[in-house]
Ligand binder design. Structure first.
Ligand SMILES: [Zn+2]
Length: 409
């Protein structure tokens, strides 16, 4: 994942629109960007709109298997979860093949880095390693966010038969297994507390300390459903966000995924700690989740990112506009977020949540960039509003990850 070369973009997004941009890459990083230049003879020409590589900050590759399969019979999130568990058992060879297909689909939609929130531990690290191998094979950047999962609920109930395969027994055993995984070219190991449901407070502190000692990103599923908040109030006498504050988990290195059922104090705590919030609009719609107070979170100081989560669909631009469009229905108002902010969510903010210096076309950044081209774009100036609302992942024609071309259409 460390290629070198020169590219010439007809139009490119450098935080603003630029024309005739030459991007020079050495060993996977951008070393020079000059605009207003004709294409050098040796440069690869990129027609259309070239933007920074898109980040998918929250994914469970295995849940791609559920797409279109659990859409009859009724129920709620918890019923979906029971059915989802039925798809959580794979052998490593099958998982490698499956993950390759999922990662290819992501690359073709413009995603250059994915965060796999990984808790399938029935084969120790073999399924995590399958994700690493699949990412390397396809050329996508991977942050393997290995999740600690220890209990069946806040009341300390035991793990059910499926959940037992997620658990290491205790947080120290989780950390020891994590130590066997290694960062490498295009791969970062990060840590997750699965949720306040699945990890007791003492073990949460172990996971957070583990991530912080290694300067690795720390993620958590947070307040996706009201039942989690109710159980937390009953057992811990506080909200999940207050619990994280009490245990010293909140911080700028934390990404809270979903963050839907929050009160005003929760929002101010997340904002004051500059925590990241990862919204997963297409999955949240699919699961009947409510709409997160994303405008309030952003205003409070949270960096928004987005993820394809269950992979019911894979299109980072649909996630970007979903951040905004779902809130329009919830609030009866339009244009709560500016298109540039939605773009930042699926580029630089998502990359930062995954621990990558990418998501911006600038000198020193990792050389990830994506080109969109349609006949209509040939007559248009690149602008964030049109990019986010008028294009889809299917309009991607070229993808470069770390200076290597991984998609050409
Ligand atoms: Zn998730």
């Amino acid at each position: 994942m460390t290629g070198s070369g020169s590219w010439h973009a007809e139009q490119a997004w450098l935080g603003r629109r630029a024309e005739n941009v030459v991007i020079e890459v050495v060993d996977g990083r951008i070393v020079d960007i000059v605009e207003g230049k004709p294409a050098p003879l040796h440069a690869v020409r990129l027609r259309g709109w070239t933007v920074p590589g898109l980040a998918n900050a929250h994914s469970h590759a295995f849940q791609r298997l559920l797409r279109g399969e659990v859409e009859s019979g009724g129920g709620d999130f918890w019923r979906w979860r029971e059915r989802m568990y039925g798809y959580s058992h794979s052998d490593p060879a099958d998982y490698f093949t499956h993950a390759r297909r999922v990662f290819r689909e992501m690359l073709e939609s413009g995603i250059t880095a994915v965060g796999e929130f990984h808790y399938l531990h029935s084969h120790g690290n073999a399924l995590g390693q399958a994700l690493i191998d699949a990412a390397r094979e396809e050329g996508i950047r991977l942050t393997l966010i290995d999740a600690c999962y220890l209990r069946g609920g806040l009341d300390g109930r035991p793990l059910d038969e499926h959940q037992r395969a997620f658990s290491d027994g205790d947080a120290d055993a989780w950390a020891r297994r994590g130590d066997e995984l290694r960062d490498g070219d295009g791969v970062r190991i990060a840590a997750a507390i699965h949720s306040v449901r699945a990890v007791d407070p003492e073990s949460m502190r172990v996971v957070a300390a583990y991530a912080r000692e290694r300067r690795a990103p720390l993620h958590i599923h947070l307040a996706e459903q009201p039942a989690e908040v109710e159980q937390c109030m009953a057992v811990e006498r506080c909200t999940p966000v207050e619990l994280l504050e009490r245990e010293g988990i909140l911080g700028p290195d934390l990404t809270a995924v979903h963050a839907i059922h929050l009160n005003a104090l929760d929002i101010s705590l997340l904002g004051a700690n500059h925590a990241g919030v990862c919204a997963c609009p297409t999955t949240e719609r699919d699961l009947g989740d409510r709409v997160a107070p994303l405008l309030e979170l952003a205003a409070a100081g949270c960096r928004l990112s987005a993820g394809s989560d269950s992979n019911a669909m894979i299109d980072p631009l649909e996630e970007a506009r979903g951040i905004e469009l779902d809130q329009r229905r919830a609030t009866g108002r339009r244009v709560l977020h500016q298109p540039e902010d939605l773009m930042a969510a699926v580029t630089v903010n998502g990359m930062s949540a995954l621990g990558w210096e990418a998501g911006e076309l600038k000198v020193g950044a990792l050389a990830d960039f994506v080109t969109f081209a349609t006949p209509e774009l040939e007559r248009r100036d690149l602008d964030a509003g049109h990019l986010v609302y008028a294009l889809t992942g299917r309009d991607v024609t070229n993808v470069v990850v770390g200076g290597k071309t991984v998609v050409v259409k």
